[in-house]
Design a binder for this molecule. Structure first.
Ligand SMILES: *[C@@H]1O[C@H](CO)[C@@H](O)[C@H](O)[C@H]1NC(C)=O
Ligand SMILES: *[C@@H]1O[C@H](CO)[C@@H](O)[C@H](O)[C@H]1NC(C)=O
Ligand SMILES: *[C@@H]1O[C@H](CO)[C@@H](O)[C@H](O)[C@H]1NC(C)=O
Ligand SMILES: *[C@@H]1O[C@H](CO)[C@@H](O)[C@H](O)[C@H]1NC(C)=O
Ligand SMILES: *[C@@H]1O[C@H](CO)[C@@H](O)[C@H](O)[C@H]1NC(C)=O
Ligand SMILES: *[C@@H]1O[C@H](CO)[C@@H](O)[C@H](O)[C@H]1NC(C)=O
Ligand SMILES: *[C@@H]1O[C@H](CO)[C@@H](O)[C@H](O)[C@H]1NC(C)=O
Length: 421
């Protein structure tokens, strides 16, 4: 029996719970809020879904959790497999987030020591014998979960089936995956019938397509224009690209296009490199009036509070306090945990990377944030009067009591969805 068939049988049961729990967002209103700022709303993108404590990154479970928590956007990663499919995996290798080691009788990969089996996603088929779709996901703490690796089209189907009202920010680790995504999404929609290519935001590194001329010449972009698909594009400007090209000039050109909805501006400190791009979005004469950034709270364990890991940390131990000197420890493969400040180099003019600091991000005036702790951000922003989600609610619908959402997820979601596909 296919999943769709199973779902068709269970649909009445699920629909009741799902609709009782989720915010009835209109995805076009979410995209509109990326374009046009509201004084009383910051937008949140759950980084790889809402994960931790048994929920793997980029998993269906992490999507359900984000949606149940009222988060309107999920930032997510896509790679291209050998057979041209689009597995939702962050790393170039399969080791950290799947059980490829256990499945092939090799040593499981350990991201802390970089030992074990970690072959490239690009060298594996997604479908068929030994394909990525047969691998289980691991959570951040290293435990193998009862859930398989999804492809992007499968995730979109899952969003359709469950009636989730979210937009995605697609983060491409691999430029070659961009065009296949457009074609794969072309005939998919959410439950409300909105084409996936209108609520899956193409968030692309600005170095790839530095001018609208280059971007608009791409066959898939031409196809969108010809078919009236209203693309949502966000170029990523980064302090790390200062030596590569004139990012402000690029931002000014893109600001005039009908498909650029916002900028991601990866500033590391106030007044540091690319501050001028953030200032440009504050200029009343600019067409682009919003910017977003990444909240950088470290990696591999729950940010700031929970240092439990089931991976062997090898020769290193995790510091008892992950936050030090207004910076935070992060872990790179096979090296001693270092503060993000220690990696900032000349991307900052005062030696600090402030992106682990909630207050700093708010003070810079960013309108949207990609964060690993979206539920925590939601509560903190609410306390500051910055989470008026009614701007995002579909016409004729009302905000749902959040308490319902929490109970629904705990009661039904995890086991059912983890096993079903
Ligand atoms: C994870 O679970 C532990 C133990 O139940 C709990 O203290 C902690 O708050 C949880 N963390 C998250 C991020 O849910
Ligand atoms: C751990 O330390 C030992 C002794 O210094 C060294 O031989 C080994 O390569 C280190 N292992 C890792 C994973 O760094
Ligand atoms: C990928 O699939 C193709 C076509 O089915 C097959 O010929 C090839 O051997 C597969 N490659 C791997 C690495 O599984
Ligand atoms: C957006 O601009 C492009 C290029 O100028 C144009 O071809 C396209 O029709 C416009 N799309 C919409 C939806 O207005
Ligand atoms: C934090 O700052 C203090 C004062 O500058 C310094 O002595 C200490 O080494 C710093 N701690 C870390 C972990 O960098
Ligand atoms: C910034 O640092 C990089 C190396 O990390 C170097 O290549 C580059 O020239 C530096 N840029 C400036 C403007 O100092
Ligand atoms: C939230 O926004 C809606 C729509 O603009 C407005 O009617 C409402 O008063 C706002 N709520 C609060 C608490 O400010």
């Amino acid at each position: 029996m296919t999943f769709s068939l199973v779902l068709a049988v269970l649909a009445p049961l699920l629909t009741v719970s799902v609709e009782a729990a989720r915010q009835p967002y209109d995805v076009h209103k979410i995209i509109d809020a990326f374009r046009n700022p509201h004084d009383d709303l910051k937008l949140l993108c759950a980084h790889r879904g809402l994960r931790w404590n048994g929920t793997s990154e980029n998993s269906r479970d992490s999507y359900f959790r984000a949606s149940e928590a009222g988060i309107e956007c999920i930032e997510t990663d896509i790679h291209l497999s050998l057979d041209g499919q689009l597995p939702m995996i962050h790393d170039g290798g399969l080791g950290r987030t799947t059980d490829i080691g256990e499945m092939t009788g090799q040593a499981a990969y350990n991201p802390f020591t970089a030992e074990g089996y970690n072959p490239l996603v690009a060298d594996f088929n997604f479908t068929g014998l030994g394909g990525i779709e047969q691998l289980h996901l691991r959570d951040e703490q290293g435990r193998v979960r009862d859930e398989y690796v999804p492809s992007l089209p499968q995730m979109i189907s899952s969003i359709f089936e469950s009636g989730m009202n979210v937009v995605l920010e697609l983060d491409f680790k691999d430029e070659t995956a961009i065009e296949p995504v457009y074609w794969a999404l072309k005939h998919l929609t959410n439950r409300a019938g909105v084409p996936a290519n209108e609520w899956c935001i193409y968030k692309l590194q600005s170095v790839w397509y530095q001018t609208p001329e280059i971007f608009e010449a791409l066959p898939w972009v031409q196809d969108a224009f010809q078919n009236g698909v209203q693309l949502a594009f966000i170029p990523v400007y980064d302090a790390g690209y200062i030596d590569d090209f004139d990012q402000l000039a690029s931002a000014k050109l893109f600001s005039e296009t009908n498909y650029t909805i916002s900028f991601e501006v990866e500033l590391r400190n106030t007044g540091g490199p690319i501050q001028d791009i953030l200032d440009f979005t504050r200029d009343m004469n600019s067409v682009i009036r919003t910017a977003g950034t990444f909240h950088a709270p470290g990696d591999f364990t729950y940010p700031n509070t929970n240092i439990i890991t089931f991976f062997d940390t090898g020769n290193y131990s995790l510091p008892a306090d992950l936050q030090v000197n207004n910076s935070v420890y992060t872990f790179s493969e096979n090296s001693v945990p270092t503060l993000i400040d220690a990696q900032v180099g000349n991307k900052s003019t005062d030696g600090h990377d402030y992106r682990s600091d909630f207050n700093w991000i708010i003070e810079q005036g960013y309108e949207w944030v990609i964060t690993d702790t979206a539920d925590d951000w939601h509560s903190r922003l609410e306390q500051q009067g910055l989470r008026n989600i009614s701007h995002l609610i579909a016409d004729g619908r009302a905000v749902v009591d959040e308490a319902l959402a929490k109970t629904w997820y705990k009661r039904h979601a995890r086991n059912f969805w983890g096993r079903s596909m």
